[in-house]
Design a protein around this ligand. Structure first.
Ligand SMILES: [Fe+2]
Length: 427
């Protein structure tokens, strides 16, 4: 090899390494098959057929499989590809694939396994476990106890509502990973499939000040920053799936922004918001959903909630979310653009339920406006007051618990907040 070629090769290697290290995104065209996996071996055997009309998406583009179950999607390497599960199938393994490190010629298949859908669908929504190895919290034993209790409900599946781990938004990388590893390990104990949601605490490296004297400033170009680490562990931070006749849309209702704090410093923080990218994606997703299909939304920060009235909207929590237009303000603990979602995205659709966490209280607000007839529920929390007993707002308190939801005949049949009997530490 002559010197010139060697130099070009070296430059190319360095360039590719740099690209990977800063997590830049490459265009890719990914194709594959969504198929029945009757023998559950994870591969498509000769006797197994592809599944037609299944929605596959990378959170931007939405495509469907052809008669043979094949799909092809123009995408980017930084995205996560997922199958919007049909109502009578679960994935064998994960319902998503990370695209980082893949090439256009790689085949990405999704083996699915049929499940029996009962007429009455029972599922568990649990939120805000805030897993932490902090000994006084005893969170690991608490979560194990919660899982044991929830498993006894024999739900069709589990839905989490975010803040899976505590303070990944301000601890250093090894500690954030330790907490995500912990959640992943403990969630192996569920006796039915689990669908996760991202919370504000699950956004790695938002805060600049760190904890306990440890300051790890995470750059926004770091692939793990924000929802990056969550995606690495649990897949897409927003997606949809079907169960029976119901269509679920899980949103990332946490946006990160720069704002001016009361000290006058410019700081990074989060606020309740559904990004334009998600709304654009959801519009495409909904094109494959009929107007009659009952829709259930999930997101960590609530779309609607009453509890902040009792806490005086927590002083200082109304923030400017746009440094260029500081007059644009929002109360950070409720989603800013709920009206857009309800009036535009869901206009003419059949929303029946919206589930959220974040406030750690339990409330169910009935929104019946002539067009929509839905419940907006904040589903308490697994950790109560961050593992130190019942959550209190004003004169009210709620124990550590979860929500048991029953669906029937295309509607919401019943819901109930269930305490799992945990006693948090005394402060
Ligand atoms: Fe929380």
């Amino acid at each position: 090899m002559n010197r010139e070629r060697l130099t070009i090769c070296l430059v190319l290697i360095i360039w590719m390494t740099l690209q990977l290290s800063v997590g830049l995104s490459f265009p890719l065209t990914i194709s594959g098959v969504v198929h029945h996996d009757n023998n559950r071996n994870g591969v498509m055997d000769r006797s197994e057929k592809g599944m037609a009309g299944v929605v596959v998406s990378d959170g931007v583009e939405v495509v469907t499989t052809d008669r043979e179950g094949r799909y092809s999607i123009a995408t980017e390497s930084s995205r996560v590809l997922f199958v919007s599960l049909p109502g009578d199938h679960f994935a064998n393994g994960d319902f998503y694939r990370r695209l980082m490190g893949r090439r256009s010629e790689d085949l990405v298949n999704f083996p699915l396994v049929k499940h029996k859908t009962k007429k009455t669908v029972k599922f568990v929504f649990f939120t805000d476990p805030h897993l932490t190895p902090e000994p006084k919290c005893n969170a690991i034993a608490g979560m194990q106890s919660a899982i044991k209790h929830m498993n006894r409900q024999k739900p069709a599946f589990f839905l989490s509502g975010g803040d899976l781990v505590d303070e990944a938004d301000r601890v250093c990388e090894p500690e954030a990973r330790r907490r995500f590893d912990l959640y992943r390990r403990l969630s192996g104990g569920f006796n039915a499939p689990l669908f996760n949601t991202i919370g504000n605490n699950d956004n790695y490296g938002i805060y600049l000040e760190g904890v306990g004297g440890d300051t790890c400033i995470v750059g926004e170009e770091d692939p793990s920053y924000g929802p990056g680490m969550y995606r690495e562990y649990f897949g897409p931070d927003y997606y949809s799936f079907n169960y029976g006749e119901y269509h679920f849309i899980v949103f990332n209702t946490v946006s990160i922004t720069w704002t001016v704090a009361s000290s006058g410093d410019t700081v990074r923080t989060y606020y309740g918001n559904i990004s334009q990218q998600q709304i654009d994606w959801a519009k495409k997703d909904m094109q494959h959903v009929s107007r009659e299909t009952p829709i259930i939304l999930v997101g960590h920060i609530p779309l609607m909630a009453v509890a902040p009235i009792f806490s005086g909207y927590w002083e200082g929590q109304v923030i400017s979310y746009d440094l260029e237009s500081p007059e644009r303000k929002s109360f950070k603990h409720i989603v800013r653009n709920t009206p857009e979602l309800i009036n535009e995205l869901l206009d003419g659709y059949n929303l029946i339920l919206a589930l959220a966490g974040h406030h750690h209280n339990y409330e169910a607000d009935h929104w019946a406006d002539g067009q929509h007839d839905a419940y907006f529920i904040v589903g308490g929390s697994i950790c109560g007051r961050w593992w130190s007993g019942d959550r209190q707002i004003g004169g009210s308190s709620w124990p550590e618990g979860y929500l048991l939801v029953t669906l029937k005949k295309g509607g919401l049949e019943d819901f109930e907040y269930v305490s799992y009997g945990w006693k948090g530490y005394d402060e």
